[in-house]
Design a protein around this ligand. Structure first.
Ligand SMILES: [Ca+2]
Ligand SMILES: [Ca+2]
Ligand SMILES: [Ca+2]
Ligand SMILES: [Ca+2]
Length: 545
């Protein structure tokens, strides 16, 4: 339930401030952009809906490539992993647009001939529309109905726009048990009082709202059901808000997984979310992989992550984004642990650390605080309307207490001003194109035949990976969903394999790695040696005995 207490003031303020981030596409605009690509480049793009959400919205998938896309190694790109992250959707659609706009250039023409791209631009189409709604707040949940606090009532206590400005910000309540204080570096925001330094808090800090059902919790069950980035199967956070009744309970989650599981050729998954292993890679922790259920990066995959992160940081200027610890049920983890592929995610943008502008008498901050840093960054860059002045209100749950509503606006910490989006899309498109340049590629070299007498020939050959990426994630060796390298000798009727395997599967070949193989064959004539896998492509050679 959402109430507007002071609607008249609200309309006025809403018009003045709510769309400081104008420019992001809503769902209808995204749909138009996607279908325009399919019309403009019919030879290179196929669009389909993988699911219709509980909110009645199609979840789109674009297949980009030349000819038979499933026979080439591929990269999947996923946006809208979190419903409040509009930037990620722009990045995914923007990648498709930039790539196709450049498809006449030889380099991209060649790329589309050897790599397929699968773009899922928006996995949270229900939630993202809250950005464009009359009441703006950061929403992650889709339109499925959920009883988030399991009290038998649905959507009984959502946010309330107490100052009527059309967005949900914060409320601070003066209280002797408050754990927040005014940030001395910037009085517009609050920070946690440091009890270890003997500091005392002055305020309770809560998102703007009323305890509508008087159960003692604020805003615990509003509109918005299941979060895509909590609905996946690796460490599914069962019984928490937004996780869904069970893993992959949502039709759009299932639609994505059904499609990806059929794509054996996908070797890397790049997603855009608050999780980050690109500007700062995951590291190998020796103890983690020992248990039967792997819960940490394998050593070889951590090395690959470091190499890809290095490429990312050379291509991109996103700085200062923190390391993250995925919370479980998330897509980044699923794509590695359950899909068995190289999986990378980045928020795409993070508020850069500012330096004080001494000409304006700004001082260095005494404590690190993302909100104060953001406000100074916004001022230094002339970004308007990112903050709501604190204003005293009467709050039914805190009679006689001093309650104010205000603070940082929703969305601004994760979605930059729109004028920055073009450059972010460009650098991330460059990154994905360069990542495709690291693609594993199988070849056969040093083929030798030696006659040993009595009609027997020894064949030796080296199977190599010409790419910088390993042929598979090391973890993928344990997965049914990853096809390993198949090496096969196609013999004729008058030939027999005396030593060596006619068909053998190889484990992951490291980047630029090789494996020498040999066979003894009795007989004469020609035979075919073939090695390959969906993620590496394959190579065939004719051998004369
Ligand atoms: Ca409830
Ligand atoms: Ca408000
Ligand atoms: Ca409740
Ligand atoms: Ca409540």
């Amino acid at each position: 339930m959402i109430k507007k207490l002071t609607a008249v003031i609200g309309i006025f303020l809403f018009a003045a401030t709510a769309h400081a981030q104008n420019g992001y596409s809503n769902y209808a605009q995204q749909t138009t952009q996607i279908n325009t690509l399919a019309k403009t480049y019919p030879q290179l793009v196929k669009v389909k809906s993988i699911a219709k959400t509980a909110g009645g919205k199609d979840t789109w998938m674009l297949t980009i490539g030349n000819g038979n896309t499933e026979t080439k190694p591929g990269i999947a790109i996923v946006g809208g992993v979190e419903g409040n992250h509009l930037l990620g959707m722009e990045m995914a659609i923007g990648f498709a647009e930039k790539l196709l706009q450049a498809s006449h250039a030889d380099s991209i023409k060649n790329l589309l001939g050897k790599t397929s791209f699968y773009v899922f631009p928006n996995m949270s189409p229900d939630a993202m529309e809250q950005y464009f709604a009359p009441l703006q707040y950061e929403r992650q949940g889709n339109a499925s109905q959920t009883d988030d606090d399991r009290d038998g009532k649905l959507n009984e206590d959502g946010y309330d726009d107490l100052d009527g400005n059309g967005k949900i910000t914060w409320m601070r309540i003066e209280s002797p048990v408050g754990d927040y204080k005014i940030n001395p570096d910037d009085p517009r925001v609050l920070i946690k009082a440091d009890l270890t330094k003997g500091e005392k808090g002055k305020y309770l800090l809560l998102p703007e709202g009323i305890d509508n059902d008087k159960d003692g919790s604020f805003n615990e069950d509003g509109e918005g059901g299941v979060w895509f980035n909590k609905n996946l199967s690796f460490k599914h956070p069962s019984f928490t808000q937004g996780a869904g009744e069970f893993a992959v309970s949502e039709i759009e989650t299932k639609g994505l997984l059904d499609n990806l599981y059929q794509l054996f050729n996908v070797y890397a998954v790049v997603s855009f979310s608050s999780n980050n292993n690109l500007s700062s890679p995951f590291t190998y922790v020796a103890v983690n992989p020992v248990p039967r259920v792997v819960a940490g990066y394998l050593e070889q995959d951590a090395k690959t992550n470091a190499m890809v992160a290095d490429l990312y940081n050379k291509t991109n200027s996103m700085k200062d984004a923190p390391k993250t610890n995925p919370a479980g049920g998330d897509f980044l983890s699923w794509a590695y642990y359950h899909y068995g592929r190289f999986s990378y995610s980045t928020p795409g943008w993070f508020v850069p650390k500012t330096k004080p502008d001494t000409t304006k008498k700004e001082k260095a901050f005494a404590s690190e605080d993302i909100q104060a840093n953001y406000l100074r960054w916004a001022t230094q860059h002339g970004i308007p309307a990112v903050y709501t002045e604190w204003k005293k209100i009467t709050h039914p749950d805190f009679p006689g207490q001093n309650v104010e509503v205000g603070g940082l606006d929703p969305f601004v910490l994760i979605n930059p001003p729109y004028k920055l989006v073009t450059e972010i899309v460009k650098t991330h498109t460059d990154f994905i194109v360069k990542l495709a340049g690291y693609q594993p590629e199988l070849d056969i070299i040093n083929l030798k035949t030696e006659k040993l007498g009595a009609g027997i020939t020894r064949i030796t050959a080296t199977v190599i990976n010409r790419g910088a990426l390993p042929s598979h994630a090391k973890l993928g060796e344990r997965s049914y969903w990853v096809k390993r390298i198949n090496v096969k000798l196609d013999t004729e009727k008058n030939q027999s394999v005396i030593s060596g395997k006619k068909i053998q599967l190889l484990n992951a070949l490291e980047g630029y790695g090789s494996r020498e193989l040999s066979w003894l064959i009795k007989g004469s004539g020609k035979l075919i040696l073939e090695a390959g896998s969906p993620t590496t492509g394959s190579k065939k050679m004719e051998i004369s005995l």
